[in-house]
Design a protein around this ligand. Sequence first.
Ligand SMILES: *Cc1c(COP(=O)(O)O)cnc(C)c1O
Length: 240
Amino acid sequence: MTSATAEEYATRLAETVPAVRHRIEEAARAAARDPGDVRLVAVTKGHPVAAIEAAVEAGLRDLGENRVGEAEAKRAALSGLSGVTWHFIGHIQSRKAPRAVEVADVIHSIDSLKLARKVSRAAEERGSPVSVLAQVNTSGEEAKGGLEGPAVLESIQELAELPGLRVLGLMTMAPFVDDERVLAEAFAGLRSVSERVRAATDRVGPELSMGMTNDLEIAIREGSTMVRIGTALFGEREGA
Ligand SMILES: *Cc1c(COP(=O)(O)O)cnc(C)c1O
């Protein structure tokens, strides 16, 4: 975890938040889309509580974490904080599903039916559904995880029937490449899955969580409604 102070983060964010918002606006405008339709999720993983305090002070209200333990520790340290939405964006081991449901307001990374069932059950047990996105592997890269293959539409529909889940939409991770055409294909692939699945069921919402620091413009051009941005806001993470 990097150890910058809240003041150092505040100084950085005074530059980076407007810069990232500008990138989002330009990309939306170029695609004839409303910039207000693209939510900025500030990915605070690997940065300390001080970074989150500075982020909230800078007007960011959507925070993204990718480890259950780290998210729990940060939420506990910031228990007085209200008006923020906690997004969970990392792989979840099935046995941690109940903790993920407690710590996250929106889980982006429902990457298998098995996990979906566990998360749904945990949400039912606590007595209220949890908002999720179904993660789709659009790159074919094995390390990416997510629902994939010829049965992907059926899998998403099955997932959407689970009583503990409110499926806001779909999420994908782009492949680790610079080739804009390959990235655009992955994002367009997610949009296409979304269109097809939404033609078949009304239990899947329109959100498309796609785009990170290096590819947010392409993602917005292809229809992203949530970009997950870490490095461009907070700088490099330790060990990254
Ligand atoms: C870390 C992470 C991000 C943010 O990546 P940056 O390149 O730092 O913007 C977005 N999405 C997921 C799933 C991540 O794990």
